[in-house]
Design a protein around this ligand. Sequence first.
Ligand code: PHE
Length: 344
Amino acid sequence: MNERIEKIKKELENIKIESLQQLEEFRVRITGKKGELTQLFENFKTVIPEKKKELGKELNLLKNAVINTINELREKFENQETDRNTIDLSLPSKQDDIGSRHPISIAKNEILDIFKRLGFTVANGPEIENDWHVFSALNFPPEHPARDMQDTFFIAKNANNEHNNILLRTHTSSVQVRVMENQKPPIRVVCPGRVFRNEAISARAHCIFHQVEGLYIDENVSFADMKQTLLYFSHEMFGKNTKIRLRPSFFPFTEPSAEMDVSCTICGGKGCNICKHTGWLEIMGCGMVDPNVLESCGINNKKYTGYAFGMGIERMAMLKWQVKDLRLYFENDIRFLKQFESVT
Ligand code: PHE
């Protein structure tokens, strides 16, 4: 054993290490799992008791010397490395990339601006919601299949493995409920925001997307008012020659309900791949607010009527800029985003 200790001591005295890599090799060879010093400590267990004290002291001193040498050398090499990398004034300066607005934000701002010009104000609300604001107040009866129209992410389950009533909002109609609960008519709001639905991700669907929903409540608000507002919106958003059509539909919170199409933004209605040769593109749901909804939110449904509408921002951006794959909006690939620099 003594011989082996001497050998390591000698090596320490005449150490010739010139790089971090060599140092690492040395470290492993001496103090690694099967290193020379580690072995000595292993062998130490079998030393006779009389010799233990002296030999133990010697081994510990050696160990400290090895560790100190390794640390000193490491510090030296690391400092050398940073010295070499410190400022080179002859280098050209680094050009910082300037970001651009995301297409979803551009489309959202454009939609909101159009409605602001009509006197709508913007309202925001929480993304984590309760059942009342997303479903119950909006005339979705409990256990009603209409709730399945929007596959919901629930936040947690109770001890009986039933989900509690806290969920990620599936639409921003929840914000409209909050506005109705807190304001008196006349109400004119648009509610932008992120919404969540438990759907498989593909080019045409995503579990996260964005909506702008609108609500108008006053005395004598009619379906014709809604139609005129949405026609104005379509002209501003897609151009003066855009036509709209309303098809009967169903939503629990509106009666009557409709889906609105605009004439195809690509072919102008003649028929192309984008509109699947129909000449029309569906862009939003809308309808007259169901009197039950007004009542749930504490608004006198004998005195007031209103209309509501809701659209997906990804879809609007898709139609405006012909983005064919929804996933592009979420990947944030610089090459995709840079194409929108000039649009803002
Ligand atoms: N909230 C509906 C949805 O997310 C859209 C909508 C809003 C329909 C308002 C009618 C009226 O699909």
